[in-house]
Design a protein around this ligand. Structure first.
Ligand code: ADE
Ligand code: ZN
Length: 331
């Protein structure tokens, strides 16, 4: 599985931080992170809200652009080792200088430098999706969207919305998303991870996104599935994340295969891999084991991800050639 070329559209940069990197930074900066790791050294949390708390605690050691350089190199090295050739990472100005535009540019420069170095070392390509955090509220989201709009270009290609889906409604973030659309950024929002089908409709209709983060509860509404399929709205599905956070009890209960069979465009990502004890290869292994996915299905999700990727045509052509070299006629 590691050999297969993979595209990942839904990865939170800080959420992908290997615990060792966070521990090293904590030691260097004398930050006490007692309680966020278990006895094996993995992140420890009880449920989704606690996961968000632990995530934000880990972020407190990411204090400088240089820290983000280290983080980005570590994350991309880990992804490349799993066969990932293209990643879109959610980047948070909230954790990069508190949404101050001048500071954000410095953090972004460090992340981009790490991306260039990783591409030269391992061939992996990174693009950034600036991400509003829902439970920080709409006003902060406007500042985040301004950071996104001011730095939109070849590297920053999208705006996203993550965080606690139980707080507020997508329409509260319409101003931020309008600002991003005017800056010609592509758009995605987490929805239907915790909320039902209506939350997916709301994010789609009220924010005008072309992709939905998770969106798995669309499975409860056949009319919505048909509409998503018809409009080509792509779901960034993260099955291992959903199981770790107990959105579904077990792999066999996960709707990804039923969504795919219903014609909804699905892709596969890891979300926050060390938190969920997953990797892209592990996701593929579980999909093969539980749903019988094989080369045709992996070729199909790669095609869907490539079509839906927030990057330029030249980058897509290069990625297309890499997929073709493995999947050949299947893709
Ligand atoms: N931020 C990081 N991971 C997330 C998830 N699974 N849902 C919402 N916000 C997140
Ligand atoms: Zn996510």
């Amino acid at each position: 599985m590691k050999e297969l070329p993979k595209l990942e559209l839904h990865l939170h940069l800080e959420g992908a931080a290997p615990p060792e990197v966070i521990r090293e930074l904590a030691a260097e900066k004398h930050v006490n992170l007692t309680g966020i790791f278990d006895e094996t050294g993995a992140y420890r949390y009880k449920d989704f809200v606690d996961f968000l708390r632990v995530y934000e605690a880990a972020c407190t050691v990411l204090q400088t652009p240089q820290d983000f350089y280290r983080l980005t190199r570590a994350v991309l090295a880990a992804s490349a080792a799993e066969g990932v050739i293209y990643t879109e990472a959610f980047l948070s100005p909230d954790f990069c200088g508190g949404r101050d535009l001048v500071a954000w540019r410095d953090y972004l420069a460090a992340i981009e430098e790490a991306a260039r170095d990783a591409e030269a070392a391992d061939g992996i390509v990174l693009r950034g999706i600036v991400t509003c955090i829902r439970h920080f509220g709409p006003d902060k989201a406007k500042e985040t969207a301004l950071c996104a709009a001011e730095t939109a270009g070849n590297f920053i290609t999208g705006l996203g919305l993550a965080g606690d889906e139980n707080m507020g409604a997508p329409k509260d973030f319409a101003y931020a998303f309008d600002m991003a659309r005017e800056a010609e950024l592509a758009l995605t929002a987490h929805a239907g991870e915790w909320g039902g089908p209506q939350s997916v409709r709301d994010a789609w209709q009220d924010l005008g996104v072309s992709r939905i983060g998770h969106g798995v509860h669309a499975i409860q509404d056949p009319a919505l599935m048909e509409a998503l399929a018809k409009a080509g709205v792509v779901l960034e599905v993260c099955p291992g994340s959903n199981i770790a956070l107990k959105v579904y009890e077990a792999w066999r209960d996960h709707p990804i295969d039923r969504l795919r069979r219903a014609g909804v465009p699905v892709t596969v990502s890891t979300d926050d891999p060390p938190f969920f004890h997953t990797t892209m290869s592990r996701e593929y292994e579980n999909l093969a084991h539980h749903f019988g996915w094989d080369l045709p299905e992996f070729a199909a999700i790669s095609d869907t991800a490539l079509d839906a990727a927030f990057c330029d045509a030249k980058t897509k052509t290069t990625l297309r050639a890499k997929l073709d070299a493995t999947f050949g006629d299947l893709s």
